[in-house]
Ligand binder design. Structure first.
Ligand SMILES: [Zn+2]
Length: 289
C-alpha cells in the first residue's frame, strides 16, 4: 500500500462512511445481459430516385456476455454463524507468516487478496498459503485504485496479470472466484461522493468476462490507519475493537477485512478468539454461494 493509495482510500472511505451511516450491508446481483438489438432494414434510393434498392433485412441478436450474473458480496448469509476473515495486499512476508501461524493455531481458513506485485519475490510463501488450502483471490497486479472511468480493458489486464503471477508462483493454473478492487467499497461511490446503485461498469464488465464475483466486506479492522504498524498495544486494540464493535450486529455472515501488516497480524489471534466467543465460525469465502 503506497502512501498515496492510502490517502485516496481514506478520502473514499470518509465519503462512504458519511453515506453509509445507519445503512445495512447489501448484496447486489448485477446482470449485464445486453438486450436484443434489432437493426432497421437498410434501404437506399437508386441514383435516379425511381427505384428502391433493398438490402436483406437483418436482425442481429447479441448473446449475453455470460450467463452468470456478477455477484457483489459485502457479507454472506446473515442467518448463519459463518464469518469470513480476509487478508489484503501481502507485501509483508513476515506478517503473512504470522497470519498463517494464527490460522494453524485455531485451525481456520483465511481468504487472501494479494496484489500481484506482492506475490513476486515471495513465491515460496504463496505456495505455502496455497498448499495449506487457503483461498488466494484477486486484488489486481499493481494495486492501482480503480476509478469510475478506469477502462474495462485495464481492469481485465490487472486481474489477469495478478492471476498469472500467482499461477507462476504456485505452479498451478489457479481458478479464482473473487475480485476485490483496491480501495474496496470506493467502487460504490462516484467521484462526487454519491452512492451508486451498482459498482463501476468497468468492474462489472471485467468480472463478467472473467467469471469473478466482487468481494467487499462489512467489518473493517482499519488496522492500517494507525500508521506506525509496529503492533503497539494501542494499535492492536484499535484493530481488535474495530472488529469486535461490529460483531453483534454484523458478525453473522460477516466479511472481515484485515491487511497483512503488523497491527492486524498481531490482533488476528484476538479477533479469532472474539469471533469464536460469539459462536461464530471462520470459513473460507469460497463457500459463499
Ligand atoms: Zn489493497
Amino acid at each position: 500500500m503506497s502512501k498515496e493509495s492510502h490517502q485516496t482510500i481514506s478520502r473514499r472511505r470518509f465519503l462512504a462512511l458519511m453515506g453509509l451511516a445507519g445503512a445495512t450491508a447489501v448484496l447486489y446481483e448485477v446482470n449485464n445481459n445486453h438486450s436484443t438489438q434489432k437493426k432497421n432494414p437498410i434501404s437506399a434510393r437508386a441514383p435516379d430516385g425511381s427505384t428502391t434498392l433493398s438490402r436483406p433485412t437483418t436482425t442481429i441478436t447479441e448473446p449475453p456476455l455470460t450467463a452468470k450474473p456478477v455477484k457483489i458480496y459485502t457479507h454472506g448469509d446473515l442467518t448463519k454463524n459463518d464469518i469470513f476473515i480476509s487478508v489484503d495486499d501481502g507485501w509483508s512476508e513476515q506478517h503473512i507468516e504470522d497470519d498463517l501461524r494464527t490460522a494453524d493455531r485455531y485451525a481456520i481458513p483465511l481468504t487472501f487478496f494479494p496484489a500481484g506485485t506482492a506475490i513476486q519475490g515471495k513465491e515460496e510463501v504463496f505456495r505455502e498459503i496455497f498448499n495449506r488450502g487457503h483461498a488466494i483471490e484477486n486484488h489486481t497486479f499493481n494495486h492501482n485504485i480503480i476509478y469510475q472511468d478506469t477502462s474495462t480493458a485495464e481492469i481485465i489486464g490487472e486481474i489477469e496479470d495478478q492471476k498469472t503471477a500467482l499461477s507462476d508462483a504456485i505452479g498451478v493454473n489457479i481458478k479464482q472466484r473473487f475480485f476485490r478492487p483496491p480501495g474496496g467499497d470506493g467502487i460504490l461511490w462516484d467521484n462526487h461522493g454519491n452512492r451508486l446503485e451498482t459498482p463501476y461498469p468497468g468492474i462489472i464488465e471485467a468480472c463478467q468476462k472473467l467469471e469473478l464475483d466482487v468481494a467487499i466486506w462489512n467489518i473493517d479492522s482499519n488496522g492500517w490507519m494507525m500508521g506506525a504498524r509496529n503492533a503497539t498495544p494501542e494499535a492492536i486494540n484499535y484493530s481488535l475493537n474495530n472488529v469486535t464493535k461490529d460483531l453483534s450486529t454484523k458478525g453473522k455472515g460477516g466479511i472481515i477485512l484485515t491487511h497483512a501488516i503488523a497491527d492486524d497480524a498481531a490482533a488476528l489471534p484476538l479477533i479469532v478468539e472474539a469471533v469464536k466467543a460469539r459462536g461464530l465460525e471462520p470459513r473460507s469465502m469460497r463457500i459463499l454461494p
